[in-house]
Structure formats: C-alpha cells, structure tokens
Design a binder for this molecule. Structure first.
Ligand code: UDX
Ligand code: UDX
Length: 455
C-alpha cells in the first residue's frame, strides 16, 4: 500500500484522485485543500463540482480509500506520492502580467512539502506549468540540509471538463516525464505502476521532464488553434454565403485533418486554453522568439474577435439598439456538462450586452451560482432563472451560448409564443434546428451561416 496525496481539490485534483482511488483499492488516497468550504463540500452529498459519473465514483470510495481533508501538513508528512494540482492562474501584476503563469501558490506548496517532510517523496506536477518549472521545484525541495531527496515527475492532466471521469478511466494517453537519472527513472516507474492498474501500457508514454511539461501547453494550443481556425472561417462564411458546418464536414473528412474540435462557436472558454496559450506566448517572448509568440497570441485574439463579432451581429440584427430589451442567454457554462464558468464566452457576451444596457436573463441547469459569483457587481443587473421557458418569456431575443443538449429539445413553438415579436434566436453553438425555428416565425442567426430572416 502507498499513501497518495493530492494538494488542490479542484476540477482536476478531485476527479483525478477519485478515479485513482477506485482503480487502486490497495492505495490510500487523500485530497487536501486550504479551502475549508470546498473540502466540506467534497465530504457532503453536494460535491463542489458537477461532472458526469463523479458522484457515484466518490460515493463508492469515500472514507474507504479516498479521503478529503484540510490538514495539509499532517498528510504531507505521511505521503509517499504528492500530486500537486493547485491553481496556476495568469499573473495579474508585475513582469509578465496578463501572460505569464502566477507561480506563487506553486512555490508556497513546494516549501510546505519541504517543511513537513521527514522521508523522501515523489512529487508529481499535475498543474499546467511553464517549461522548466520542475527544475525550480527540485531546487527548492532539495535545498534541505537533512539529506532528504525528492524526485519531481511531470504528469500533466489531459482531462476535459464534462468528460473528466471518462477521460481518466479511458485516456488517449497518459504522459509521464522524469529525469534521466536512476532515481528519476525509478520515480517514473512508480507512477507508471499506478496508471498501469487500468491503462494499457502502450498508452502510457514516458519522456524527459521538459517534453512532458511542454506537451501540455502545446496540446492545448493546438486544440484552441483548431477552434480559432474554424471560427476565422465562420466569419468568411457569413460574408460569402458558405455554410461553416458544410465546410467543417468537408475538411474534417480529410483523415489528415480529422473531424473533431471543428465546431464553430461563439468562442472557446474554460480555465485552460487562454491561460495556457498566453503562458506559451510568454515563454516564447522570454526566449526571444517574437514571431513564434505572435503566431500563438493570434489564436487568443481570434477568440476575442469571435465573441465581439457575435455581440455586434446581435446588435445590428436588432435594429442597432438593445437598450431596455429583455435578452435571454441560454447557457452560461463555458461548455456543456459542467458547472464551470471560468473564461466562459457567455460571460463576455453578457457583459457586452449589459454595456449596451440590455436587460439580461440567464438560464442554465448547473452553472447559475458560478455565474452569479463571476459577474460580481454586475450580477445585480441580471436575472438568474433555472427554467428556460420562464427565462425566455417576454424576451426580444434568445442567445444560445452553451451547447447543453437539452436546449435543442425545448418546445420552441411555446417559447416563440411567449416572446416579443419579431423574436430573434442567435445560436452561438449551432445546435438548434434553424430551418424549423425559422418556419415557426423566429429570425435565426447562426455562426458561419446565412441568416434566416423574415424581413
Ligand atoms: C488547476 C490549474 O489551474 C491547472 O492549470 C492545472 O492544470 C490543474 O490544476 P483546477 O483544478 O481547475 O486547475 O483549479 P481549481 O479548481 O482552482 O483548484 C485548485 C485548488 O487548489 C483550489 O481548490 C485551491 O483552494 C487549492 N489550493 C490553491 C490549495 O490547496 N493550496 C494553495 O496554496 C493554492
Ligand atoms: C481542455 C483540454 O481539452 C483538455 O485536454 C485539457 O486538459 C484542459 O483543457 P476543457 O477546457 O475542459 O479541456 O474543455 P474543452 O472540451 O477542450 O473545450 C474548451 C472550449 O472550446 C469550450 O468552451 C468548448 O465549448 C469550446 N469548443 C470545443 C468549441 O467552441 N468548438 C469545438 O469544436 C470544441
């Protein structure tokens, strides 16, 4: 039996450890966090995050071999493996503000591990970090005078929210990077042994530390780049009468391109894409690679353009004024099947419409509480309504911003009746049946398609 500890009980730490606990009943898994409210929620019937399949998994393992605690120091002392998944947000101050990763929690955690250790440990980087962070981690940990040795291994997470449990149970690959020293290789093997309890060995790839750290940033940059690429094409489609769905289908059939991550949208959101690309941009600038930095930064700029373009299209369709008009946002989570609203394009759209003095109603099955918190002072000017029908009643327009499948199954005939005419639908995810909405009387605007309008 090994003692596995995870520091950081967030969207990554929680689901990752729940799966490890279930797949490795012989190990004892503890998840700690400085946030008492969050830990209390992990111990309750209302987990702090919504993720399909997570409730059952936690219920099956909690207080058997999965534990949640705020006693960070004590559990560090007992641990053999320490996974670190504290947040590494974009720096908001000083050098690199707006791009570089803020590593203060990371470094604090390293020092806390050192302070509370009396035995050697394997420290696993789970958080996404700038390349060569492991070096700093090793330096701090091995600065002790007690002869304690720490191995630092990189094992980036590739789970996507909404499918986190499935991604962990059945990953495309698990990536483990370590030093090419006997001790580094032993540490790497120990992590391989954990994953090989359920992941086929050929899907566990091992690399050097820096490849592993960089692969995580690069994977997210490539994924985001695909969305920005198809969104760039969507703007051109709207000018030319081409249909972005048809274009995406046609190019996706090329096996070299492939069909996934080609859904044009109001923009990508989430805690990772923007943060990781900006982090990559900062690293390139740091190493004097300004052309490379500009190339990747454009992926983020394209995303901001897509959000702004969506709002401009709404404004011009609605006779250049939305002041005082009730507008209903269908969805506020950054994507379907999650309660997470971090960097959600829906919030950007909401703020821009508030700027235009629209009266905003937001409906979402799981994300209203997070949205209320994110909007801060602006939340006072927004109505939060879990029932989509009540939310849409009396509205001039619906803007669909999250691809929750239940939005496609609503009774739009009834919704149309309850709205102010002309009634507008702006489908920021292209999931609705546009032709049938148009036949019901709606004026329909989708991403990258000719609008369907009655006048
Ligand atoms: C985080 C990182 O943001 C991401 O880059 C990485 O890939 C995985 O970890 P996430 O799990 O979504 O992602 O973050 P979040 O939900 O904010 O969880 C981090 C947790 O760490 C929070 O609950 C926070 O309270 C906790 N934390 C932070 C500590 O326990 N100690 C600290 O010193 C700082
Ligand atoms: C991402 C990576 O996919 C994951 O591997 C990594 O570990 C963390 O970051 P996540 O942020 O949870 O995961 O969500 P993801 O499914 O990648 O979606 C990101 C955003 O892109 C969402 O706002 C989504 O709606 C949007 N998106 C996705 C599109 O607009 N079009 C697409 O075709 C796909």
């Amino acid at each position: 039996m090994a003692n596995i500890l995870c520091i950081g009980a967030g969207y990554v730490g929680g689901p990752t450890m729940a799966v490890i606990a279930q797949k490795c009943p012989q190990h004892r898994v503890v998840v700690v966090d400085i946030n008492e409210v969050r830990i209390a929620a992990w111990q309750s019937d209302h987990l702090p995050i919504y993720e399909p399949g997570l409730d059952d998994m936690v219920r099956a393992t909690r207080n058997k071999n999965l534990f949640f605690s705020t006693e960070v120091d004590r559990h560090i002392a007992e641990a053999d493996f320490i996974f670190v998944s504290v947040n590494t947000p974009t720096k908001t101050f000083g050098q690199g503000a707006g791009k570089a990763a803020d590593l203060q929690y990371w470094e604090k955690t390293a020092r806390q591990i050192l302070r509370n250790s009396t035995t050697p440990k394997i420290v696993v980087e789970k958080s996404t970090l700038p390349v060569r962070t492991a070096e700093a981690m090793e330096h701090i940990l091995n600065s002790n005078s007690d002869g304690l040795y720490f191995d630092v291994v990189s094992n980036p997470e590739f789970l996507a929210e909404g499918t986190a449990v499935r991604d962990m149970e059945n990953p495309d690959r698990v990536l483990i990077g370590a030093r090419d020293t006997p001790s580094g290789q032993r540490a790497m093997q120990a992590i391989v042994d954990i994953y090989s309890q359920w992941v086929p060995r050929e899907r566990i790839i091992t690399t050097n530390l820096w490849s592993s750290e960089l692969s995580k940033l690069a994977a997210n940059a490539f994924l985001a780049q695909r969305i920005s690429s198809i969104n760039a094409i969507s703007a051109l489609c709207e000018k030319t009468g081409a249909n972005v769905n048809e274009v995406a289908h046609a190019i996706g059939m090329d096996s070299r391109i492939g069909p996934r991550f080609l859904n044009a949208s109001v923009g990508f959101g989430g805690s990772c894409f923007k943060k990781d690309i900006l982090n990559l941009v900062y690293l390139c600038e740091y190493y004097g690679l300004s052309e490379v930095a500009d190339y990747w930064e454009q992926v983020v700029k394209m995303n901001e353009y897509q959000e702004a373009r969506f709002v401009s299209n709404m404004l011009s369709a609605m006779f250049n004024t939305v002041a005082g008009k009730r507008i209903t946002l269908f969805g506020v989570a950054f994507k379907a099947n999650t309660s997470d609203t971090r960097e959600s394009p829906a919030l950007a759209v909401c703020r821009a419409l508030l700027e235009e003095r629209a009266e905003i109603v937001i409906t979402d099955s799981h994300a209203l509480d997070n949205a209320r918190a994110d909007l801060g002072a602006d939340a006072r000017r927004v109505t939060f309504e879990p029932d989509p029908y009540a939310a849409a009643a009396g509205a001039y327009a619906i803007a669909l911003l999250t691809e929750w499948s239940y939005f496609a199954e609503l009774d739009y005939q009834a919704i149309y009746k309850s709205m102010v005419k002309p009634a507008f639908v702006f489908d920021g995810r292209n999931i609705l049946d546009h032709r049938s909405l148009f036949k019901m009387g709606f004026d329909v605007y989708a991403i990258g398609k000719p609008p369907l309008v009655h006048f």
